[in-house]
Design a protein around this ligand. Structure first.
Ligand SMILES: [Zn+2]
Ligand SMILES: [Zn+2]
Ligand SMILES: [Zn+2]
Length: 202
């Protein structure tokens, strides 16, 4: 009680990702896979233009759970001791703990807040478990939070062009307008080529 998580952190927990965007129901690729840290909502790629000056955190899906890139999350909060996984050469961490069937708990390395077994140096299975653990033991998250004024999506993030464009390319294939100019013809009849030929004759 009285311990405040920053609003963006709360949003990352409570917002639903990978559901269709209600503003862009008709659009393709309207899964909400970005968290706007300033508005504290999940948004879809089509929403991005209206949030482009906000801090945006891409959320990915890994084994049916939401993950974020470690590199991005490190700009917002200290992620040390949280187990990271590598997907497509990027390190990611789970946002929430993944429920695991309670098994016989032998000797081993377990998450501080749940029953998940972890690789050796790590003590938290997810961002959520780390935050729980910090709040439980230190009662204060602020030493772990980082000041982050800008956060942008990676260059590989798919941002659709405006929707009108998208529809025209799908409905009218421009396959018949290809042979309008013939660059190969002007190449072969270049003046330098014919000059060389004349010199050769002499
Ligand atoms: Zn926003
Ligand atoms: Zn949207
Ligand atoms: Zn855990």
């Amino acid at each position: 009680m009285g311990i405040q998580k920053p609003a963006w952190l709360e949003a990352l927990y409570t917002q639903k990702f990978f559901a269709g965007c209600s503003y862009h129901e008709a659009a393709k690729k309207n899964e909400k896979n970005v968290c706007c840290l300033d508005c504290c909502i999940s948004i879809c790629p089509h929403c991005i233009p209206s949030h482009r000056f906000h801090r945006l955190l891409q959320v990915r899906r890994y084994v049916y759970h939401d993950v974020v890139r470690l590199e991005d999350l490190e700009k917002l909060i200290d992620c040390s001791n949280v187990q990271a996984y590598t997907i497509n050469s990027a390190k990611v961490v789970f946002i929430k703990k993944r429920p695991q069937n309670r098994q016989f708990k032998g000797a081993g390395n377990y998450c501080t807040s749940c029953d998940r077994g972890l690789q050796e140096p790590f003590i938290h299975c997810s961002l959520g478990c780390k935050v729980d653990s910090v709040l439980k033991h230190c009662k204060d998250l602020s030493p772990y939070l980082r000041r982050c004024s800008t956060l942008t999506l990676g260059p590989d993030f798919f941002v659709p062009q405006d929707m009108a464009d998208d529809e025209t390319t799908n409905e009218t294939p421009h396959s018949t307008i290809v042979d309008s100019d013939e660059p190969m013809m002007s190449w072969s009849s270049s003046s330098s080529g014919s000059e060389k030929h004349e010199h050769g004759l002499h």
